[in-house]
Design a protein around this ligand. Sequence first.
Ligand SMILES: [Zn+2]
Length: 274
Amino acid sequence: MNCVFTASPGGPSLAFKTTVIATLRPLIEQITTGEDHHSSSDCILQRLSQKATKEMNGNMPMVTKLSKCIESKQSAACKEEKNSKEAAESNKLVCIEKAYSTILRELGEITEREGLLRTPLRAAKAMQFFTKGYQETVQDILNDAIFDENHDEVVVVKDIDLFSLCEHHLVPFFGKAHIAYIPNKKVVGLSKLARIVEIFSRRLQVQERLTKQIAVAINEALEPLGVVVVIEAAHMCMVMRGVQKMNAKTVTSVMLGVFQSDPKTRKEFLTLTL
Ligand SMILES: [Zn+2]
């Protein structure tokens, strides 16, 4: 709040400033000490602003200074909110890191040995990356990416790489997604289809649900005449454990609209992709 007390050459008289400061001090103290538990900081700032304007008697330079001060207080509040979000995120990271230390110890490892010193932290960060889709929504990425277009032929994007985690074993499954849709006056930037795949695959998943979520998201966003999503993936929980089938691939598909109702359209898609 230093700016309230800054004198400037040719500004208001000392007596005037002293009166202003005396009037505003209780409110300023509420803000700086945060003692007013019943008012939001916005509310206090509004009161401060009103009071300042009243007390200033039209003394513009001081009012300007005060409003600048209020703006900086608001940006400080934003900064504070951002800092508390960052603190919560880093707290989560510490918890996951501790959990990985426990896992390593319970597996019989010596967590103090050189190679493992930073492993829990690295693993925690990697797991947060593998599940970053929880932080993103389809609305966020499709903002401004849907265009009006009189195209009513099938649009196919094939071989979109995907990496996900099986929710039963927390082990990767990965492969390719193929997407097709027939626009109904609305088209989307093609890279956005890959982003939709990314949002849903970077979560704990089963392949069937992943396929459906991608198809439904496209259907809701574009309201196309039809949409089809096919995913072919290898599951490490099948390859590295259990039945240990090295080359087994799981194929899932979801067809909506004309792809579901018209066998000819469905066949056209299958010819284009497989
Ligand atoms: Zn699994």
